[in-house]
Design a protein around this ligand. Sequence first.
Ligand code: F6R
Length: 329
Amino acid sequence: MKRYPEFERMLADLPSHFSRGAKLGRPKAPASAPKGVVVCGMGGSALPGLILEAMASSGNLGVPVIVWRNYDLPRIMPPQSLVICLSYSGNTEETISSFLRARRKRLPILAITTGGKLAEAARKYRVPLVLIPAGLPPRLAIGYLTGAVLGALKLDRIGGGITGQKLMPASRVSKNIARLLTAKIPLIYSPPEWQTLAHIWKIAFNENAKIPAFSYAFPEINHNEMMGLASRPLPANKTLAAIFLADSASHPRIRRRIKLTQAILRRRAKIKTLEVKLSGRSFFEKLIYGIELGYWSSYWLAVGRGVNPFDEKLIEDFKKEMGSPKATP
Ligand code: F6R
């Protein structure tokens, strides 16, 4: 089985990217704290926005956050919002369009990228710009991108600071997950406060292992999703496997829901399940551990499937086929 040492090195370095990104972001902190934040970015570059949103909803932020994965900007935004435009390549058309709209509206902007059109536009309009190192697949730049956002918002030192545990590449857990998912479609379920992490796992399986994957969160699962799986199971259920991300700090009723739902999926829906405990003492430790575990699992799955975890040709070809926005009527 072909392994990808360069990918393994990037994964091993990932925990250190968060604090390095924070150092790059700090000098660009706005003079006065924003009253709201709109984070614009797509795919891997949207992940820091989702992490910020999770921090805001758990009360770690104190200002509202909107994650905008679309063209232009939301019609309604908190007054005096900072618009953070994130694009690893700097050439994602949706994000450039948000940047230009924010410019026209004279809103305060922060651009975070490795270069491309976004860096050009930031320089042209004298918008604060954080340049992060190039050379990673955007999803593996999650540490730099997130660190830069948190540094610029002076949030990188809250709750024990942005430190992560290093997970050994040979970690039994990530290999076990990859083994369970062989020839399966993963359903990744999480407590509500970790739905961003479940989404991060989903896109890691999509982009690294090249498989379909779906994520959803409790308690909502018990109000619809489980009916589709366990009422009158389809033969296709055999191709599914469910991963439950669990945190001992979650609401006790959520923890109970996770246990009961696992039993229902196993017994009634005939779906294999696995509970994965998020280890760590703080939000950031659990987050970084969770990201590493998801990324390593998707990597081992890619290796087992004989696919190249770096390959993102389909996304790039699609962008080319879309052509330049100006060429579209
Ligand atoms: C590729 C990836 C994609 C990109 C997305 C936006 O690794 O994760 O989801 O992140 O196509 O591109 P960037 O990040 O360059 O703005």
